[in-house]
Design a protein around this ligand. Structure first.
Ligand code: A3P
Length: 278
């Protein structure tokens, strides 16, 4: 057995743990779990199941610790993980670069207004006493002759995280644009196969994940996987993905849209992609 193992190992036929070749770095609540699960349907992708938080929380544990968190892979397979908080961790670009300057980065982005509501809905599911979204996203400020105007609370994390231009600039100071793939969260829902074709091309993978892998589950209202590695029965993402959102006052929505408009424009310019958010 020992000899056989050594021979297989020499031929790279024994899976070993490796540092990631690709990372899903964000953005929180934009569809990062869907992207990872869709990628895991590919036979040449192996990914850590849960968020590792190495580049934000556990960097002091070192690369050996990080490697241990990865699933074993064969030569030629891609190792990856997703931790959406990397997107906004100031030291993450430098640290990721130190691991591997040739790493491939993926980020899903989505209309910041729906992203904020999704973020809020997640918090509210854990804290039922949370005030209404409108009361957290907008603050009343006294302007002019004492009239009250609702202005956007830019410091509230669900609002702040939707300003994508600033973190993008940080990542692009360290990595060339060609190393970062931006994925539309809207398209990942509307046409997952098309978006996954871009992802597979970017990662240098064979085009294995196609329309045949997806079906639209009308009860859930989202695309689900028909099959994937290790799971031959159709399955959707868990209950915490694709929650129904509360009704939000259209006036609040409009305020937020106005707030984000210039930031979105700057993001389109920097990324070279017009995501077409309203
Ligand atoms: P909601 O639950 O608010 O609808 P993340 O995985 O980054 O936390 O993002 C969660 C969001 O992914 C969900 O937010 C949902 O809109 C989106 N999503 C994209 N594709 C999905 C899919 N196939 N199934 C479920 N949710 C999906």
């Amino acid at each position: 057995f020992e000899n056989k193992y050594r021979r297989l190992k020499k031929q790279n036929l024994v899976p070993i743990k490796r540092l990631p070749d690709a990372l899903i770095i964000g953005v929180k609540k934009c569809g990062t779990r869907a992207l990872l699960e869709f990628l895991r349907a590919h036979p040449d992708v192996r990914a850590a199941g849960s968020e590792v938080h190495f580049f934000d929380k556990f960097y002091h544990k070192g690369f050996q610790w990080y490697r241990e968190k990865m699933p074993p892979t064969l030569e030629g397979q891609i190792t990856m993980e997703k931790t959406p908080s990397y997107w906004v961790t100031r030291s993450a670009p430098r640290r990721v670069y130190a691991m591997n300057p040739a790493v491939r980065l993926l980020a899903v982005v989505r209309d910041p207004v729906t992203r904020a509501i999704s973020d809020y809905t997640q918090s509210a599911s854990k804290r039922p006493t949370l005030p209404r979204f409108e009361d957290l996203a907008l603050v009343n400020s006294t302007v002019g002759w004492g009239g009250t105007w609702s202005v956007v609370d830019a410091s509230w994390p669900p609002v702040r995280l939707g300003v994508y231009a600033r973190p993008l600039r940080r990542w692009l100071r360290r990595f060339p644009r060609s190393r970062l793939l931006l994925i539309s969260g809207e398209r990942l829902v509307a046409d997952p196969a098309a978006e996954m074709a871009r992802v597979q091309k970017f990662l240098g993978l064979k085009q294995v994940i196609t329309e045949k892998h997806f079906y639209f589950n009308s009860t859930k209202g989202f695309p689900c996987l028909l099959k994937s590695e290790g799971q031959s029965i159709p399955h959707c993402l868990g209950k915490t993905k694709g929650r129904s959102h509360p009704f939000i006052d259209p006036v609040a929505i409009e305020r937020l849209r106005e707030y984000y408009r210039p930031f979105n424009e700057r993001f389109y310019e920097l990324s070279g992609i017009n995501f077409g958010w309203p």
